[in-house]
Design a protein around this ligand. Structure first.
Ligand code: NAD
Ligand code: ZN
Length: 269
């Protein structure tokens, strides 16, 4: 690993066009569980039920208490997570002029919170609501998310309780009074066009793509490494186990992002 790390650091030192591509594994050390991999959310919550709108509606009808615990768990976890040493090391690379952007599949705010200026969010933002009718967006504070999580869990997590929570907690659209929804991409929904186009440009123009903590199976986001590779970029991957992308990598480093990234950043001149 030492030799790969040195060699990767040399390539980053020689480049000003490094782009990072992150997935749920990057946030794992901040306490937000991944979907896949050991300890992943999908071991407890099935994706077709908890990751889609029809699935969530089914839960609302048949298992409201389970839906309450899932929503409450998720809101409390996301609202309390803080960036770790890996996030800070990546910001260092940006400050030293090597990293030009971060493309992320994560819906948390940890890259921005750590200090990155150019974050492209392919799967939306949990700290934002979007009007289902006119598309107006409003931001939601971490404090709001946390108190929503606590209220939703409540003492009697029933359907009635859930409806009351949504009616009283979630504001109406400030422009058209329409219904606001989380500004995140559920399974089966399209990615935000502008973010996807920006990500594709970054992937085509980068000299080195640094992939961190993604299983590389969620498309179209997972096409980013292939686009970068086809455009001639070097591909580096930091992950706790091999992924679907590992076969196209030039550098593969096994280990958690919170440990590997500071070691890498230290070696970049
Ligand atoms: P994933 O859950 O499919 O895979 C994450 C991978 O990261 C795992 O397979 C694991 O091997 C690896 N990993 C685990 N801990 C790690 C660590 N400490 N350092 C480095 N790697 C580690 O995640 P994905 O590929 O991003 O795709 C799942 C989808 O789930 C995404 O679209 C994303 O929107 C969503 N998601 C987001 C969050 C978040 O916002 N934090 C959390 C869970 C899921
Ligand atoms: Zn509206």
């Amino acid at each position: 690993m030492e030799k790969t790390l040195e060699c990767l650091a040399e390539n980053i030192s020689a480049s000003q066009k490094v782009v990072a591509f992150s997935g749920a594994g990057f946030s794992a050390e901040s306490g937000i569980p991944t979907f896949r991999g050991s300890g992943g959310l999908w071991e407890r919550y099935h994706p077709s039920l908890y990751g889609t709108i029809p699935g969530l509606l089914t839960l609302f009808a048949l298992r409201p208490s389970r839906l309450c615990s899932f929503t409450s768990d998720a809101l409390c976890t996301f609202s309390q997570a803080e960036p770790h040493s890996g996030h800070r090391a990546l910001v260092e690379l940006e400050h030293r002029g090597h990293l030009r952007s971060v493309i992320t599949q994560n819906i948390d705010d940890l890259h921005e919170r750590a200090g990155h200026r150019n974050v492209i969010k392919l799967h939306g933002d949990l700290y934002c609501l979007r009007c289902s009718r006119c598309g107006t967006r409003t931001s939601v504070s971490r404090g709001d998310l946390r108190s929503w999580g606590e209220v939703i869990q409540g003492r009697r997590p029933t359907r009635r309780h859930l409806v009351r929570c949504v009616r009283t907690l979630v504001p109406r659209c400030p422009s058209c009074s329409g219904t606001m929804r989380p500004d995140v991409v559920f399974f089966g929904e399209s990615l935000p066009t502008e973010q996807l186009s920006r990500a594709l440009v970054e992937a085509r123009e980068c000299e080195l793509l640094l992939i961190i903590g993604t299983s590389g199976v969620v498309f179209p986001a997972a096409s980013i490494p292939y686009v970068a590779k086809e455009s001639g970029a070097l591909i580096a991957e930091i992950r706790t186990e091999p992924s679907a992308i590992t076969s196209i990598t030039d550098f593969f480093i096994t280990g958690p992002s919170g440990r590997v990234l500071p070691e890498l950043s230290m070696r970049v001149s």
